[in-house]
Design a protein around this ligand. Sequence first.
Ligand code: ADP
Ligand code: MG
Length: 337
Amino acid sequence: MRGDLELRKISMSFGREVVLKDLDLVVDEGTIMAVLGPSGCGKSTMLRIISGLIPQDRGEVMLGRKSIDHLPAHKRRMGFVFQNYSLFPNLSVQGNIGFGMRMMKKNRKEIRERCSELISLVGLAGMERKRPHELSGGQKQRVAIARALATYPDVLLLDEPFGALDAKIRKRIRRDLRSIQRELGTTTVFVTHDQDEAFEVGDKVAVMNNGVIEQRGSPMELYERPRTDFVSRFVGNANIIELPGTEGRTVMIRPEDISLRKVEENEGEGGTRGRLVDLIQLGPLVETSVLLENGDTLTVLMSRSEFHLKGLRKDDEVKVKILKFRSFKECEKEVAV
Ligand SMILES: Nc1ncnc2c1ncn2[C@@H]1O[C@H](COP(=O)(O)OP(=O)(O)O)[C@@H](O)[C@H]1O
Ligand SMILES: [Mg+2]
């Protein structure tokens, strides 16, 4: 069974705690949907419902336009990868990957061939006979991915799979996951609380908060046209302040959409001014904090070369120019004059 995966108005409570509220989500067939949300927002619960591990209170899980709610987990043709590896400690790499196929009573030759195909796909050639305790975290997660894919699932579900890995390895394995998914075309839901990860892995990203999907779109759309306060803060950095020169108009300004320059000697009043109260070097970029006269603080991001060219220093008096801002009420991008 193939086709789009669709969640329709899924609701779920544990006792009195409402965890999912009429949650809607469509994952197009053959694509990766990254679901990005803070810890506790209901991501794992959503995946467990999709996979059939727990039944939802209300709503439907559809695959290829048909409800699959009547199917138990083992009949849903879904592969699951958890954060904590969950490999069988007493089985080798090959044994772990072949486990599902043995349960399905596939013949030994078929299992062997599929295992060696997957082992090379996930980059573990030569490790067939190792046991989980002889593998690094990244290698264990490669085994878990191969195991989840072994039985040709229609849908692959990954629950913060790289959360326990260190930054460098994480970056590599994300890329590898993407290329594996591209090669197989398995419809995938990838859950994470890490924005960089969601943007790098997802064809589309769905931002989840408090049991609902607040916005779904391409990484670019989410960054440039966030529809809610939560999305704008959670995706990238955002200054949410009263627009200088207005009374009470709250807007969102990205740190890179603000330009600073030193106030010159004998320069008249006018425009928006502030003091450069802090700066952090972020490799090629410099992040500064500017305290405005009205007490708001703005985060401003610029390249190192721009920073040096302008001769800016801590405690400088600066003039602030807002190049682009966005107000949620009007829901459209605006350009300041
Ligand atoms: N089996 C359960 N029993 C009771 N509460 C649960 C259970 N599973 C999850 N929860 C609660 O549901 C909320 C969402 O949890 P979860 O889906 O794990 O969020 P996330 O994966 O986004 O961190 C949390 O408040 C959690 O305590
Ligand atoms: Mg979770």
